[in-house]
Ligand binder design. Sequence first.
Ligand SMILES: Nc1ncnc2c1ncn2[C@@H]1O[C@H](COP(=O)(O)OP(=O)(O)OP(=O)(O)O)[C@@H](O)[C@H]1O
Length: 257
Amino acid sequence: MAGPAGGPAISIDALVVRRGGSTVLPGLDLEVERGSVTGLLGPSGCGKTTLLRSVVGVQRTTAGTVTVLGLPAGAPGLRNRVGYVTQAPSVYGDLTVAENLDHFAAILGAPPGDPARVTAQVGLDAHRRTPVARLSGGQRARVSLAAALLGHPELLVLDEPTVGLDPVLRQELWRLFRELAAAGTTLLVSSHVMDEATRCDRLLLMRDGRLLAHDTPAALLAATGAADVETAFLTLVRTAPDAPPGAAGTVAPEDAP
Ligand SMILES: Nc1ncnc2c1ncn2[C@@H]1O[C@H](COP(=O)(O)OP(=O)(O)OP(=O)(O)O)[C@@H](O)[C@H]1O
């Protein structure tokens, strides 16, 4: 069922996506290695969520191919192998943390003990019996993350998982992401927060649905001569061929992520 174990986790070839009458991804190529943390960075509206949706197979695509763990994105065989956390928490407010996780574990056929394991991983042990509606926004986001960790997915696709979290929690979550990658999980993580970029193995810098760069943080800094990833990004934006005026996601300095 699995693709070749040594193959890339994600392989995208000439992907075109149109949404709402405009072309969001005009022809994107990408390979993501297994067991790595790849950060997807770019201004609001540049197409990050659209790319993540394409990887998990919930986005209607116009052309191109998206291969995930050796199978077409969205294939039934990937259901238990890919975890996806959207920006909006996707858990039931009227159920407790434990009830939510028991519910999703049953659907996935996750092993017994998995709900307790993932609850501890996201630091919500003290809230197991709390209805999700009574949690803070950051706690709710961690319940969604816990649900995505059920069953030990090989690929985790996380859309801005640290939004609304305080610095301590962000640091703890990044520690968890690094632990998961060290154990062989592949993570694709979108973020607006450039200081999180240095925690990634590789960075995808996106503008107007195009990848301006795909490299290690150190190589990006070396190539641009910038002292930090935000400056490197702006340097790349200035030197990249122009996008059409007013195109979605065009970076203005004050809009830089
Ligand atoms: N449901 C939709 N229907 C039509 N167009 C959409 C829809 N969702 C997003 N778009 C458009 O697609 C483009 C890319 O949106 P996308 O959500 O992928 O960007 P993003 O980089 O994830 O933004 P953000 O960082 O704000 O979440 C935007 O121009 C947006 O207006």
